[in-house]
Design a protein. Structure first.
Length: 116
């Protein structure tokens, strides 16, 4: 199944290290359980910016590959679940599971868990 256009935008912004564009994708009342944190960030864009500065600063990501994507629509909401592989500049990679709940304009919920 194909990945939603919002997730493709998110991946493009992460690879370009465009923090401001990443932040704009998240709804004002978002929830995120980030890959590298063991707690939830709730609606705090400053905390979300700190996280992405850390995540992007720690990893020189050049591409993100989505696999095993399942998409379900609930009224105006879209849920995308699957795995993503973050490839880095030095030809390393790490994998994570993800869930995004969004309306193809804003991300409401984002969960990510590292698994390798």
């Amino acid at each position: 199944m194909t990945t939603s256009s919002l997730l493709q935008k998110w991946a493009t912004h992460v690879c370009k290290k465009d923090i401001n564009s990443i932040l704009q994708l998240y709804h004002v009342n978002f929830y995120i359980k980030p890959t590298l944190y063991d707690y939830v960030i709730n609606g705090d864009k400053n905390e979300l910016q700190k996280y992405f500065n850390h995540f992007i600063g720690k990893n020189d990501i050049t591409s993100i590959e989505f696999t095993g994507t399942y998409t379900q629509t609930y009224g105006y909401l879209i849920m995308d679940m699957g795995n993503y592989r973050f490839k880095t500049k030095n030809n390393k990679y790490f994998d994570a599971n993800y869930t995004f709940i969004h309306d193809n304009e804003s991300i409401f919920i984002h969960h990510s868990s590292h698994f390798n």
